[in-house]
Design a protein around this ligand. Structure first.
Ligand SMILES: NC(=O)c1ccc[n+]([C@@H]2O[C@H](COP(=O)([O-])OP(=O)(O)OC[C@H]3O[C@@H](n4cnc5c(N)ncnc54)[C@H](O)[C@@H]3O)[C@@H](O)[C@H]2O)c1
Length: 390
């Protein structure tokens, strides 16, 4: 039996909205210890370190724009946890693996196909885990859908839909983070695909029994986003993000996936999961299920609210059953962030394989560049690389 590491020592890079939450959350995970923190902003790094010190667990502190290099070189750390802005993800991940650390990277871990390959190569060469922190894989509804699929309740899965629809950059909508809007000023396509695609890939067995093959992508004009840009001193330009991107993927086995990305339009926030199988269908927004039976032969009616409630309880994912009460108390996203961290820390402490790997990361992240290429070619088909090939 492999020995379980008593404490997994973690260094967190980037202590903004997401990083601060991560430090607080990781501090509640059994066997996890935040041993180092880093932010380019000295005051922010010092404040987070002081908070941990007050809780009796002072971390080493690194700061300045290059502080992450020293954190990655720290001899004692086991895992570097990256919650910095997008363009810092790959440099930090490569430095962490080069000095023998596992690395976990916020979404999107990479934005170009070249960077996806660089992470794959580095993880292979160093034999270190390089995983994406795709919390939506652990959402209650996503895990319920996966459980229904794994138990065969929906039959053979044929089609899935999901999206990131969250108004960050509309007119009259002051930004929290300009670095992200600036990236969107010069990139079309779905630059934030993984919240929808990650869970769908887990449901469809992508990387296990199927693979993403090719995509087409189409985008409307920046009706709302150009208003946001003007209000925030950014000149609208050719090649900036349109308000709504729709990307369609076909898998090698012939299943289809539809992804939406819309961070500008006035709409309620939604991941809009829809999972269609030969025996039934599950919808997240609104939550509905229909499945065929001997009696109805066709699944043309949604289950009534009472039956739906019973199904939701009966098919709740075992992980969610086991940990949701605990997870909900520390997590702004209803428990999925805690569950994601708990699974990762436990796997690394036990020396077992985390739930996702660098190939999943690469496959999901490659959609940013590939969908942009397709949009630029008026929706032409673009092949998705097989990152698992040797
Ligand atoms: N999974 C989710 O649900 C979710 C939610 C929000 C954000 N995110 C992701 O989390 C990441 C961070 O987003 P955020 O909203 O916390 O951003 P943020 O702007 O609030 O925080 C980023 C932090 O990184 C620091 N930073 C910048 N350059 C640095 C450097 N060179 N070295 C060290 N620190 C540096 C900044 O000072 C800031 O404190 C992004 O990848 C974002 O897409 C994920």
């Amino acid at each position: 039996v492999p020995e379980v590491k008593e404490s997994l020592l973690i260094g967190v890079v980037g202590l903004g909205a997401r990083g601060l939450e991560a430090v607080r959350r990781l501090s509640t995970i059994p066997g996890a210890r935040v041993a180092a923190v880093c932010d380019s902003d000295r005051t922010r790094a010092a404040a987070v370190a002081a908070e941990r010190a007050a809780a009796g667990a002072p971390p080493n502190v690194f700061s300045g724009p290059e502080g992450w290099r020293a954190l990655c070189a720290e001899a004692d750390l086991d895992l570097v946890y990256v919650t910095a802005p997008w363009l810092m993800h790959v440099p930090v991940a490569l430095a962490a693996m080069a000095s023998g650390k596992h690395v976990a990277v916020e979404v999107p871990a990479a934005l170009t196909v070249e960077d996806c390959w660089a992470l794959v190569e580095a993880s292979r060469k160093s034999s270190r885990a390089c995983v994406q922190l795709e919390n939506c894989c652990y959402g209650e509804i996503e895990l319920l859908a996966k459980n229904l699929a794994d138990m065969g309740m929906l039959g053979t899965l044929v089609h899935a839909e999901g999206g990131y629809v969250h108004r960050l950059f509309g007119p009259g909508c002051p930004p929290d983070e300009m670095w992200r809007a600036e990236w969107n000023m010069s990139h079309r396509g779905n630059q934030y695909a993984t919240h929808a695609l990650g869970p769908i890939c887990m449901m469809l067995g992508i990387g296990v029994s199927d693979r993403l093959d090719h995509l087409v992508s189409l985008e409307c004009a920046p009706f709302d986003f150009s208003g946001f840009a003007r209000e925030n001193g950014l000149e609208p330009r050719e090649g900036m993000m349109g308000d709504h991107n729709t990307t369609l993927i076909r898998t090698v086995k012939g299943r289809s996936i539809l992804l939406r990305h819309d961070v500008a339009s006035i709409r309620h926030r939604s991941r809009g999961l829809h999972l269609q199988g030969t025996l039934g269908v599950m919808n997240d927004d609104p939550f509905r299920i229909a499945w065929t039976s001997r009696e109805n032969g066709g699944a043309e009616e949604w289950l009534d609210p009472e039956a739906l409630k019973l199904v939701r309880e009966a098919y709740r994912h075992p992980l969610w059953k086991m940990y949701c009460e605990r997870a909900r108390t520390v997590d702004k996203h209803g428990g999925m962030d805690w569950l994601m961290d708990f699974r990762l820390v436990t796997a690394l402490r036990e020396g077992s394989k985390p739930d996702t790997d660098v190939y999943d990361l690469a496959e999901w992240c490659s959609i940013a560049e590939l969908s942009e290429r397709s949009v630029d070619m008026r929706g032409s088909s673009v092949s998705i690389p097989d990152f698992r090939s040797t």
